[in-house]
Design a protein around this ligand. Structure first.
Ligand SMILES: Cc1cc2nc3c(=O)[nH]c(=O)nc-3n(C[C@H](O)[C@H](O)[C@H](O)COP(=O)(O)OP(=O)(O)OC[C@H]3O[C@@H](n4cnc5c(N)ncnc54)[C@H](O)[C@@H]3O)c2cc1C
Length: 290
């Protein structure tokens, strides 16, 4: 992205219709949500801003947060802090853990979920959990509205599937009951992006001592996340605890091969850590029950 020192032109509409109309006419304008990614890593005293900015800050429609029995509805401009303030009665423990890991608390007052999912060149910290939970985004332009699952928000090669005239306006997160879940942030630092930053999400359902659903994703802040649904199905129907069963060994072996082929992880230590967490979780998922 190119920033310059000329005074930027900033448009701050108060309605979504105006924002979409402006985006239609100025597809190259930079959308500004909380600004925490756009301005991240700027060390100089003067901020370098894009030439033309569309600020979503004053749009009430994008600031709504609601919960039904089956889902959480998050307006694209709702900050992480506000989502987290909804508390454990509204959020699942997995969501609390995942959203707390996105950015430092001081940044979470401004940073938004819409902004986190819209970063063009990287799948940021919320991406793996939104992928695994089957969250979907409402995407609008002045002419149409479409719903896209987070799983379809990126092309297989990692490009964000958002037209220049479109905005993410809302995120719907299904609130399913999971019998066990893990969300881990692995790496040298709790926040930020380094070569060893990794996010790992595991969720599963059990019924009468059997694994009936299992999902697993890794995010390393590149433009793609790691998820292999064929591998996920390998363990479905296995009796619990899986312990040292052949099924678990076969799954871990296939996963190791696939991760190495795809060169998704940055080191052997990282691979060992991922395999260890998966093995200990699946060996006895009840210790991680919701
Ligand atoms: C100290 C610090 C540490 C951080 N650590 C992390 C971290 O560990 N993990 C992490 O994921 N992030 C981290 N961040 C980055 C940032 O806080 C988050 O990614 C945040 O969620 C971005 O949201 P935002 O509202 O600030 O987006 P913005 O910065 O406003 O926008 C991000 C991008 O999305 C586009 N955009 C925003 N909203 C929309 C929309 N509704 N529709 C279409 N396009 C849109 C913008 O044009 C821009 O390209 C960190 C930031 C700081 C300052």
């Amino acid at each position: 992205m190119q920033y310059n020192l000329i005074e930027p032109s900033i448009y701050m509409p108060t309605s979504l219709a105006d924002a979409l109309g402006f985006k239609e006419q100025h597809p190259d304008t930079t959308v500004y949500a909380g600004g925490t990614y756009l301005l991240w890593n700027q060390a100089s005293r003067l901020l370098l801003l894009p030439k033309s900015i569309l600020s979503l800050q004053n749009i009430k429609e994008l600031n709504r947060l609601g919960r039904t029995e089956t889902r959480l509805d998050v307006g694209a401009m709702v900050s992480f802090q506000r989502i987290l303030r909804a508390g454990p009665k509204v959020l699942s423990p997995l969501l609390v853990s995942a959203l707390e890991c996105v950015c430092p608390p001081s940044v979470a007052t401004m940073a938004t979920l819409g902004g986190n999912l819209s970063v063009p060149d990287r799948c940021m910290a919320s991406f793996p959990v939104m992928h695994v939970l089957d969250a979907r985004c409402e995407i609008k332009s002045s002419k149409r509205t479409r719903w896209v699952p987070v799983t379809g928000l990126r092309s297989p090669t990692g490009e964000l599937q958002l037209e220049p005239i479109e905005l993410i306006t809302r995120i719907q997160i299904p609130m399913e009951e999971w019998n066990f879940y893990i969300h881990r942030r692995i790496g040298s630092f709790s926040y930020g992006i380094t070569a060893d930053s990794l996010i790992m999400v595991i969720v599963g359902k059990t019924y009468r001592g059997m694994l009936t659903e299992f999902r697993f994703a890794l995010g390393n802040f590149t433009s793609r996340i790691y998820r292999n649904r064929d591998l996920e199905t390998l363990l479905i129907g296995t009796r619990l605890p899986i312990g040292k069963s052949k099924d678990l060994k076969a799954f871990l072996y296939a996963l190791q091969e696939d991760l190495q082929t795809q060169k998704f992880l940055s080191s052997h230590a990282q691979l060992d850590r991922v395999l260890y967490i998966l093995q200990s979780t699946l060996a006895n998922p009840f210790q991680y029950s919701a």
